[in-house]
Design a protein around this ligand. Structure first.
Ligand code: GRF
Length: 200
């Protein structure tokens, strides 16, 4: 059975969706670890409730990004992690980390990449006035939100939408496509060919 580590900094609704998908048998893998950089993240409570081992490492005291990442990697190695799932993890990974787990790191972004990269993908789409947005699951490489895209889903934007109402509909779709992408990875059905991800 493959071992998954989910990285979170905040609410953890995606973590919850992944945990539920593992518990129901939809994803046949082991939820081996939850990594967190923020002691007040609600995701910690979710992991605890689900009985998942937590590795809380605050960035304080680490001089560089790589030094912090080496601390995380030590734990991932110990737990024999096969897949790193970023789910609202608000830290950039160092090139060292990305190389070490090449093609084994997934991220979810709340906009249709390559549009609206960065930390405000929902607000930026709304402010820009696009009529359609939606989440993207992609492999992680060194550029921000730039790796090959695995799955995307669309959400229409209405005139009455606020950031909150739009976020709610985007999150609903995230909770469907993230477990689906993880399932595909675990079953060996994703093949990266340049910028493209072939799904078998
Ligand atoms: C999601 O909107 C995801 O797209 C972005 O961070 C948010 C995390 O939400 N990367 P949650 O912590 O899973 O509820």
């Amino acid at each position: 059975m493959k071992n998954i580590a989910v990285f979170c900094s905040g609410n953890g609704t995606n973590l919850q969706a992944i945990v539920d998908a593992v518990e129901s048998g939809y994803i046949k893998a082991n939820m081996a670890l939850m990594v967190c950089d923020n002691p007040s993240a609600y995701a910690l409570k979710r992991a605890k409730k689900a009985g998942i081992e937590i590795f809380l490492l605050t960035p304080k005291g680490f001089k560089t990004r790589e030094e912090y990442d080496r601390g995380v990697i030590k734990k991932l190695t110990e737990k024999k992690i096969d897949l790193v799932v970023l789910a609202g993890f608000m830290r950039l990974l160092s090139p060292y980390f990305i190389k070490k787990y090449k093609d084994k790191i997934l991220n979810i972004h709340p906009a249709l990449l390559p549009s609206f990269k960065g930390t405000q993908g929902i607000k930026d789409a709304l402010d820009y006035g696009v009529k359609v947005t939606g989440p993207s699951v992609h492999f992680v490489e060194e550029g921000l939100d730039s790796g090959p895209i695995i799955l995307q889903e669309t959400v229409e934007i209405n005139d009455a939408d606020t950031e909150e109402t739009l976020a709610e509909r985007i999150h609903e779709k995230e909770h469907i496509i993230y477990p689906k992408a993880i399932k595909l990875f675990i079953e060996g059905k994703l093949k990266i060919e340049g910028r493209k991800v072939k799904i078998s």
